[in-house]
Design a protein around this ligand. Sequence first.
Ligand code: HMG
Ligand code: MG
Length: 333
Amino acid sequence: SPRQPIKLVEVGPRDGLQNEKTPLDAGVKVELIERLVRSGLRDVEAGSFVSPKWMATTPEVLTSPTLAQLRRDYPDLSLPVLVPNARGLSSLTTLLSQHPSNLPLTNEIAVFVAASEGFSRANLNTTIADSLASLPPIFESAKEHGLRVRAYVSVVLGCPFDGRIEPEKVARVAKELLEMKAYEVSLGDTIGVGVPAGWEKLLNECEREGVSVGKLAAHCHDTYGTAISNILHCVSLGIPTVDTSIASLGGCPYSPGATGNVSTEDVLYALYHSGIPSSFFPSPPEAGAGTLLGWQEGEDKQRFERLCEVGEWVSERLGRPNGSSVGRAVRGK
Ligand code: HMG
Ligand code: MG
């Protein structure tokens, strides 16, 4: 039976840029978001309300006239922002109240919890239990402000501090987040150590705990070269949402050698040529009908090449090589 298209959540402008060495100013971030949206992406993580040491430009980005135009042009656009604590949410809601509109600056926040104590201490300065306990008021306030909540769990398949993570532990955290009414829980293999069998075990454990795979997203990094196989396997097991990052932007500050997030271009290439519909390509050809080089001239090919150009452009702005294998291949062609 035909399945729902896989939803792609583009995390480059937040998770990606927050972990790149070269800071970009708000104007370049706005241009990145605009290029991504106009090339066909509809869920784009736009920034975060965290310590300014990490990311300070989000208010300027969200209130830019360019983003206002994008909201008008694409009514189905979602621009989630990361909020680590009550203070971050109150910065956002203050901004929302200063910009009243029937097209609010955003309709979605993302919160995050770690699956290990070591990562929780390093990244959130707190324990897993305390970070979960801090969330209900944030969910409540988000609801009052008409914001839906996405939740991340990081280091679900391995932690740079604590090593192996028990899948039962991840499943319990995911369950708590869904009980708080997160509409979706994104499972992050933050340091990219996962393999398909490990993901399968984790998803089975989630189902056993009462967490439907249909509520989960796969957030993969490619440190060990397994991200695409993990994603195709997760998709075959029913995961409806995949997080990706243009040009593979990102990294992990606590894990030297960890690569960026899996690239949007690579994931789209693999899904499209496997005949799997996605939010970017709702009607791909039958599986195996062609490869990029043999790709029929036409709108799909043009849209894809335009997206690849965005990856090239942002890599240049960052002064670093394009992290996407497909992006490099398309350029070299
Ligand atoms: P804290 O508990 O206040 O403790 O904040 P702290 O000592 O770490 O605080 C550092 C400074 O941040 C302090 O200022 C705070 O006042 C300030 P200082 O005294 O040094 O001048 N601060 C804030 N400023 C603005 N807005 C706020 C805010 N909160 C604190 N909301 C906290 C702990 C973690 C909140 C803070 O350190 C912070 O904002 N860190 C950024 C962490 C972050 O964004 N990490 C990335 C998260 S996403 C991720 O890890 C993985 C994921 O992408 C998935 C994946 O890739 O697998 C989701
Ligand atoms: Mg990430």
